[in-house]
Ligand binder design. Sequence first.
Ligand code: NAP
Length: 200
Amino acid sequence: MKKIGIMGGTFNPIHNGHLLLAERAYEAYALDQIIFMPTRQPAYKVDTEIASEEIRADMIRMSIANKSYFHISTLEYEREGNTYTIDTMEMLLEKYRDCIFYFIIGADSLFQLEHWHRAADLMKITHFLVATRNFESIESMKAQAEKLRQKYGANIAFIPFPTMEISSSNIRKRCKEQLSISYLVPENVEAYIKERKLYM
Ligand code: NAP
């Protein structure tokens, strides 16, 4: 069975925190590849708030161009209506029967997971790899994972990860204030954002 990591995200924009998380998951769980899967643009956010699907995918492609085991899938762009992770996972499992999929998430998502669409079904069929975060005590993350295991039979494992104070929202804020985003995003993404005056 091939072991595939799915790095789902809005990626508005993709940043070095996302990339390092994918790299650490790949390494820690000996995955065969990681697929970055950007979410659709919600219909109610059509302008400046979220960069277009095409632009977010472009930035992902640039970020992963030199990594043979990083790929992108725009599968979620192709679906009508809300995109829910359960629909994606069901589709992947149906189509690729020789693969085990690991959905990679951060600490916030671990605490939100129960409220995701058809959460119980999702936890039944998906392995989750969760990045640890120092300011979220490891104990409370472990307790949350244990609660989800007991309640839903969830399959959750942790990725040892340093706390990185990088977020897409902070990058957008910095762009708006015309501050540097060097070292927060790959150089080619920084140049792309500047050239197109994104998030200003
Ligand atoms: P995002 O903001 O682009 O982030 C993508 C992932 O990277 C998140 O899990 C996030 O962790 C993690 N991350 C970002 N910065 C990080 C850092 N500095 N250090 C460690 N981890 C970091 O995307 P998102 O909007 O959270 O969406 C994530 C995925 O969850 C998407 O595929 C989305 O479709 C899915 N989702 C599904 C449902 C549903 O099915 N109902 C609901 C919500 C989300 P954090 O979780 O800690 O932010």
